[in-house]
Design a protein around this ligand. Structure first.
Ligand SMILES: *[C@@H]1O[C@H](CO)[C@@H](O)[C@H](O)[C@H]1NC(C)=O
Ligand SMILES: *[C@@H]1O[C@H](CO)[C@@H](O)[C@H](O)[C@H]1NC(C)=O
Ligand SMILES: *[C@@H]1O[C@H](CO)[C@@H](O)[C@H](O)[C@H]1NC(C)=O
Ligand SMILES: *[C@@H]1O[C@H](CO)[C@@H](O)[C@H](O)[C@H]1NC(C)=O
Ligand SMILES: *[C@@H]1O[C@H](CO)[C@@H](O)[C@H](O)[C@H]1NC(C)=O
Length: 398
């Protein structure tokens, strides 16, 4: 399983330097906060109201993290970080909450909307439940929202869509359900983690509008195909995981335009058809996983020639051939296919009955022509994309 899916994060993905700026600001400025906090200002009094309401909404705190959450000196509360207000350097205000990994149970009260200066809200790995308060609407400086690995329920917390400063959104490992609003992908987010929830919809067609470097939707109950608009993320997308989401249809050849992508994972879906020849255009690719689908045809030699590709997994498909170039990739996994002369392949019978139901990508909304291929991949687009593999498979069987 790629590192993308881990529940706790020791290392953040490749986020913009702005993130590190905010992060260091909080760490560096905390001591001055404590020194200057003699007279609580109105923002700190609001924070006091918010944090007291939150303390009352906590039903279990086994490590006594909130036991010092009393009195108006909120900057001394464990997990509460203060700094000078962005709009007024003379006043101290609460700029971040970090309760990662504290095993606290409870809910988020509406009063948290009083924390109007917070940039970071980190609750990773607790037992908070319920929903995200509508009052989060007021958190216009919120830059990172990480409520992953909790017990939040209900539909997608749409209040998130109105946070103008949000860059990092992590909702993974909760119990959110229903559809994911397409407007999510129009926001200027750097990272979107929705994996391991109960979201149920198709991947919105505008996913390609997102400027994010990391998108992880894995382990949800999405259905439908992979939108061709992915190609629009060519200059920005670094890692994407769509594994185990009941996706069907073919891999759009436009994925070849993802020239900055390093990790691509669509394993454990119901994808059919060939691996597009254009995958050879994904020049930064390091890990490519299409295992456990129903892909057929040959692995393109251009894919196996990519200089950084270290892990190529296409086991459990109906692939009928691979270029000798593929043998040079250290982390190659090709078992349970229909490849002549390779160990651990499917039985001739299985391969034969697969061929008996030939699939044509044109029947699966496979767009024939990319709207505007970049010059680098245009030449690949001219190569035959789906070879008729019937002959190859017949050779395996006989
Ligand atoms: C938390 O406080 C309670 C009551 O004061 C005490 O019994 C318990 O041992 C404390 N737990 C920890 C982990 O300090
Ligand atoms: C706040 O914390 C600082 C440093 O830990 C400590 O010196 C100070 O006494 C605390 N203030 C209060 C009111 O607890
Ligand atoms: C796929 O997701 C389901 C939940 O939607 C989970 O139970 C199952 O273990 C996942 N399978 C893999 C291979 O991760
Ligand atoms: C994407 O790749 C191009 C070179 O092909 C490079 O100039 C650019 O910096 C990369 N962008 C990111 C965000 O890594
Ligand atoms: C390749 O990736 C798969 C799935 O992510 C993983 O199970 C395997 O260990 C990796 N192999 C290598 C050599 O990194």
């Amino acid at each position: 399983m790629p590192q993308l899916l881990y529940k706790t994060k020791n290392s953040f993905p490749n986020l913009s330097s702005t993130f590190w700026f905010f992060f260091s600001l909080l760490i560096v400025l905390k001591p001055s906060c404590q020194a200057t906090q003699s007279l609580p200002n109105s923002r700190l009094l609001n924070a006091y109201k918010a944090l007291q309401a939150w303390k009352h909404a906590i039903i279990s705190d086994p490590n006594n993290i909130t036991s010092n959450w009393y009195g108006e000196k909120v900057c001394n509360y464990t997990g509460v970080f203060c700094t000078f207000a962005l709009d007024d350097p003379h006043i101290t205000t609460v700029a971040g909450i970090d309760l990662n990994g504290k095993d606290i149970a409870g809910s988020l009260p509406e009063e948290l909307g009083l924390l109007t200066d917070i940039a970071l809200f980190h609750l990773n790995s607790n037992r908070f439940g319920g929903t995200i308060p509508k009052s989060f609407f007021n958190l216009h400086l919120l830059y990172e929202l990480d409520i992953s690995n909790n017990c939040f329920t209900g539909s997608f917390p749409s209040v998130i869509l109105s946070l103008p400063s949000l860059k990092y959104l992590d909702l993974r490992f909760n119990e959110f359900e229903g559809s994911v609003p397409s407007t999510l992908f129009d926001l200027k987010l750097d990272a979107i983690f929705l994996n391991d929830n109960k979201f149920q919809s198709s991947i919105p067609n505008n996913i390609g509008n997102s400027p994010a470097s990391v998108i992880v939707l894995a382990n949800n109950k999405f259905t439908g195909g992979i939108p061709c608009s992915l190609a629009k993320m060519g200059g920005t997308l670094n890692e994407i995981s769509l594994m185990n989401m009941s996706l069907n249809g073919c891999l759009p050849r436009e994925i070849g335009e993802l020239t900055n992508l390093t990790i691509f994972d669509v394993s454990f879906n119901d994808l059919v058809g060939p691996l597009p020849e254009m995958t050879g255009g994904m020049k930064d690719l390091e890990e490519f996983n299409v295992a456990h689908n129903k892909l057929s045809c040959k692995i393109p030699a251009s894919l196996c020639s990519l200089p950084r590709l270290a892990n190529l997994t296409y086991s459990y498909n109906y692939i009928s051939g691979e270029s000798p170039k593929c043998y040079n990739i250290a982390g190659k996994e090709d078992r349970q296919n229909c490849i002549p002369g390779r160990p651990w392949q499917r039985s001739a019978q299985e391969c034969k009955s697969f061929v008996a139901h030939p699939l044509n990508c044109a029947n699966f909304g496979y767009s024939a022509i990319s709207p505007s291929p970049s010059p680098a991949v245009a030449s690949l687009m001219l190569s035959p994309v789906y070879l008729d593999d019937q002959d190859d498979l017949t050779n395996v069987i006989h």
